[in-house]
Design a binder for this molecule. Structure first.
Ligand code: ADP
Ligand code: MG
Ligand code: ZN
Length: 607
């Protein structure tokens, strides 16, 4: 069982080692202290030694019938032992020896066997057990949090008396906060609701992409309501409680009921709440039992007691239907990627922790980070602060923030990467190709920055476009223009150098994905009209799609995608042909400067 492996096994190993050590001590080491190192000789040798005058002391051990004697040879003392014989002459012989011999008769005290046993076995054992307890307690401490011990097993659930996080710490996400504030109110004052006869939803499910603040929101609910927060993540459930998932669920709810009002938060619930399927895969019993127990508990407990269950997932589509029916997680709270306003607010929340220069413009940063999650933005602020320190400044400037956006997108600058002048020239034309095609089309986001400084992500250069304001819809024309812009880099290489390079691999990938989506999902092709030809598998995690059509249709889709890209590519080449002198002028300028701003770019283009 895995559980044994995780918690008990190390202790068992420890005890085995401890007992081995005690045994070794008893059989090998302790006897060394008791029995001095002695050489056994016969009685005759002993008498000879006495007569030769080398013996300095003699000890007669009456009980064991042994005689120990010490011989000094060249200043070195050696101890010998011999069996005692019935030799009445011995005392005289020692007394009359040439030299002075100290001789005594020793009757050694024998410890009682019981005392011996206690000293050599029980005491060390107690010592090691004590040490083991100390270790395991330290181990538990290091695992952090307040640890509650559950039932008979030593599995742990984390509970925080107060999370200390409030809604103010969560920027944006106003709809989610509004939906959750009712729960906060209920936890504050359940009576208000029960008097009228209203029952609040027992559970709310937070769904959204990673890093959008689901965990943060759950903590904020507990913080606002000032109630204990039981939290466990689904994966921990699976990992820690193998073989006892169901029992753990029961325990969790029992503990929560005792601490009510409180919040039970199950993070990553998809790991236990996955659809029960009929595929008959073995090994799913365990998870199904855990899920069944969860369902039973959610039905069983009295919603008016004040236990609210929150759960979070970024894969709602794989959750078991039974979890989502009324009376369980009947409330679904979307926690989406932040919009422009949301991003600005999140940046401000995280910027409170750092010292800012006056030139910082959060709106500009928010505009340049479309598609970034809350976690990304928190990361950007922190990267900017780190950069400020690296540059020896005491404040974060706008350029720190801008640079850290690029670090998040493309990785760090590789200032000392060696690129040959010829390649550098190709890269410059490639990037200006993108920028020119973008600038010469309607519905394209303005160029913000062009750079040919290589990045650790492998990008050799890139063109950053920043929308003026946020678009929620993409028109067919804008989508097509976007593809044309993506092909602009390669188009410039072909036009100027009459060759193609591997540098367009990423552009190709993006262009194909967009063209494909236009055909299969956005209904933007004449041939297929409004037919869904692909289904999105996990909308919050990258959104890879599965074809939902016949093989014949699939090959027609491919034809369509190819023709869209070909058309866009042609358009890009034509734009560049029409503006060839600008292309040369801009590329040369970029080669010299390595990084240019959108304004510089527009000035040359229009000037
Ligand atoms: P999720 O659980 O949705 O994957 P988290 O709640 O763990 O994401 O968020 C990760 C981190 O991102 C948070 O600790 C916080 O620093 C930051 N973050 C995300 N969303 C927000 C937000 N709306 N406001 C402030 N910070 C946020
Ligand atoms: Mg989370
Ligand atoms: Zn490119």
């Amino acid at each position: 069982m895995k559980e044994e492996k995780n918690t008990r096994k190390p202790l068992i190993y420890y005890y085995i080692v401890a007992i081995t050590v005690i045994m070794l001590l008893n059989t090998l080491v302790f006897p060394l202290f008791n029995n001095r190192k002695v050489t056994e000789v016969d009685y005759g040798t002993f008498l000879e030694a006495v007569d030769s005058g080398k013996v300095t002391s003699v000890e007669v051990h009456e009980a064991q019938k042994e005689i120990f004697y010490t011989v000094v040879n060249n200043g070195q003392e050696t101890i010998y032992v011999t069996k005692a014989m019935n030799d009445p002459d011995l005392v005289n012989r020692l007394y009359n020896s040439k030299n002075e011999i100290h001789f005594t008769s020793v009757i050694p005290e024998q410890n009682s066997p019981l005392v011996n046993f206690i000293i050599s076995w029980i005491l060390p054992l107690l010592f090691f057990i004590g040490l083991g307890q100390l270790f395991s307690r330290q181990l538990a401490n290091r695992m952090g949090g307040n640890v509650l011990t559950f039932g008979k097993s030593n599995a742990k659930i984390y509970v925080e008396a107060e999370t200390g996080i409030t809604f103010d710490d969560v920027a944006g996400q106003d709809e989610a906060k509004e939906a959750l504030s009712e729960i906060v109110d209920f936890l504050h004052d359940p009576d208000k609701y029960t008097k009228i006869g209203a029952t609040l939803p027992k559970g709310a499910l937070l769904v959204g992409p990673p890093g959008t603040g689901k965990t943060l929101l759950a903590k904020a609910v507990a913080g606002e309501a000032k109630v204990p927060f039981f939290s466990i993540s689904g994966s921990e459930f699976v990992e820690m409680f193998v073989g006892m998932g169901a029992a753990k669920v029961r325990d969790l709810f029992k503990q929560a009921a005792e601490k009510a009002p409180c919040i039970v938060f199950i993070d990553e619930i998809d790991t236990i709440g996955k659809k029960r399927d009929s595929s008959g895969f073995p090994g799913n019993d365990e998870r199904e039992q855990t899920l069944n127990q969860l369902l039973t508990e959610m039905d069983g407990f009295d919603g008016n007691k004040g236990v609210v269950i929150l759960a979070a997932t970024n894969r709602p589509e794989i959750l078991d239907k039974a979890l989502l029916r009324p009376g369980r997680f009947d409330r679904r709270i979307p926690v989406e990627l932040p919009d422009l306003k949301g991003r600005e607010a999140i940046l401000k929340v995280h910027a409170k922790k750092v010292k800012l220069a006056d030139d910082v413009d959060f709106n500009a940063i928010a505009r340049a980070t479309s598609g970034a999650s809350g976690a990304d933005l928190a990361n950007i602020v922190n990267e900017a602060a780190l950069r400020a320190v690296r540059c020896g400044r005491t404040m974060v400037t706008q350029s720190d923030l801008e640079e850290s956006i690029e670090v998040i997108i493309a990785g760090y600058q590789r200032k000392n990467a060696v690129i040959s002048p010829k390649e550098k020239e190709i890269i410059a034309y490639h990037e200006i190709g993108h920028a020119l095609v973008a600038a010469k089309q309607k519905d394209s986001a303005p160029v913000h920055k062009i750079t040919i400084i290589p990045r650790t992500s492998g990008a050799l250069g890139y063109t950053m476009q920043v929308e003026e304001d946020e678009h929620r819809l993409l028109t067919k024309e804008a989508a097509f223009n976007k593809i044309a812009t993506l092909t602009g880099g390669r188009a410039a290489e072909e036009l100027i150098f009459n060759t193609v390079t591997t540098g367009a691999a990423n552009d190709i990938e993006q262009a194909t994905r967009l063209a494909r989506a236009m055909v299969t999902r956005f209904g933007m092709s004449e041939n297929f009209d409004m037919t869904a030809l692909e289904t999105i598998n996990n909308q919050y995690l990258g959104g890879d799609a599965t074809l939902a059509c016949s093989p014949e249709t699939a090959s027609r889709i491919d034809q369509e995608v190819i023709s869209i890209i070909k058309k866009a590519h042609e358009k890009a080449i034509n734009i560049l042909k029409d503006n060839q002198d600008k292309l040369h002028e801009l590329a040369r300028y970029l080669l010299e400067k390595e990084t240019i701003t959108g304004e510089e770019f527009m000035a040359i283009l229009n000037g």
